[in-house]
Design a protein around this ligand. Structure first.
Ligand code: FES
Length: 150
């Protein structure tokens, strides 16, 4: 079955079962590797993308629920040649260690900064509280989001 979704501003037809997790569609059908498979259970945040201004865990979102929606992944924020402010800040603060959680964290930070241009550390920690990072770069992540906000 074909489903139309818009990803990073581009309208795409996807031939997949309606109950296919959006994460699988993004990674396997559309070749977008920004969203990561972490837990597959909606608990770690590695797969996060933005739909309609809201953070979404794509591993737990069936394709049928995003038909005709606009999905933004990490690739939609910036590129190697032209990184987004958040991506520049994460690089400047060396806020990634293994980097597996970083995509989801940056997407959560994007939603935060879209809603609050001047968050304090508590706002940042609250916005990222549901994103698991096993490396422990938490302080650098908070600094990066603060840097991107100014
Ligand atoms: Fe989706 Fe963990 S992979 S929340």
């Amino acid at each position: 079955m074909s489903t139309r979704i818009t990803v990073n501003g581009e309208s795409r037809m996807v031939d997949a079962a309606p109950d296919t997790p959006l994460l699988y569609v993004l990674r396997n059908d559309l070749g977008l590797n920004g969203p990561k498979y972490g837990c597959g259970l909606g608990q770690c945040g590695a797969c996060a993308a933005i739909i309609g201004g809201n953070l979404v865990r794509t591993c737990s979102m069936p394709l049928r629920d995003v038909e005709n929606d606009h999905v933004t992944t990490l690739e939609g924020l910036g590129s190697v040649e032209n990184p987004h402010t958040l991506q520049k800040a994460f690089i400047a603060e060396q806020a990634a260690q293994c980097g597996y959680c970083t995509s989801g964290i940056i997407m959560a930070a994007k939603v935060l900064l879209d809603r609050n241009r001047n968050p304090d550390d508590e706002d940042i920690k609250n916005a990222l509280a549901d994103h698991l990072c096993r490396c422990g770069t938490h302080n650098r992540v908070v600094r990066a989001v603060r840097r991107a906000a100014v």
